[in-house]
Design a binder for this molecule. Sequence first.
Ligand SMILES: [Zn+2]
Length: 297
Amino acid sequence: MRVTSVLVCVWIGLAATAQAAPDTSLRPVARNSATLESPQAALGETRPTARPAVFEAALTDQLTRQFEGEADPGFQRALTDQIGQATRAFATFSPQATGLSIRPNLRPDSMVQKAMAQQRARARGAVCGDPDIQGETVGFVPGRLSACGIQDAVKVRSVAGITLSQSAIIDCRTAKALKTWVTKGMKPAIGNRGGGVSQIRVAAHYACRTRNSQPGAKVSEHGKGRAIDISGFRLRDGSEITLIQGWDRRDTGSILRKMHKRACGIFGTVLGPDSDRFHKDHFHFDTARYRSGSFCR
Ligand SMILES: [Zn+2]
């Protein structure tokens, strides 16, 4: 409680200063750069343009000195939490305050503004609590068959900065697995080839159907929002690597096999062109979990 109230006071103080600080300096530009560089300056005469990292460093510094000798780890944790919260609030507040500023030369340069705008846009489009997963929240998706449907679905547009050729309706567990694979499997496997991947070709995502669409088979993981099929990759230079053509080519075959191998463990089931006749042209990844571990073929 004590931490909270101290921080509320500090925070209100900072916010008020930022809103109403009279400009007494004759060299506003010089002061601004000092603010950006010096944590003390950021706290002492907080400018709305101070960067969140500077703000955080200054706040941490001040409170650490203020509460020196507090040995209780719970208190220290609470303090750290509160500093984090205040910094996030500051980051949100700061660009708005800047817009109201009557001191145009104290505004952050366009690069900083652009970065802040991007950050805000990313925060708005984030799903599953992860700015690296962009899309929309869908919620409950009812299924035509009783075993189909998704409790908490999201419609994912991009993961880790890579767009999907069509937005994928999946659950958050699957979206997070996809992000992990894109980051740790797909990107390293492609490396710099063609400038890297610009788009992932999604062949299928949510669909209420049986496994491999075979009559009488069990409902596919696609019918539960736990699966995604990927048929290829568009690279930044405009070229494409597809599963149907690339799997058996010497140069792209090794890239695709690396991606396949790395997916194993991140996903519960990983199927590729070598698994069966239904997967000649795509990877099937799903997050169904088996007692015996991942199933990869
Ligand atoms: Zn599939």
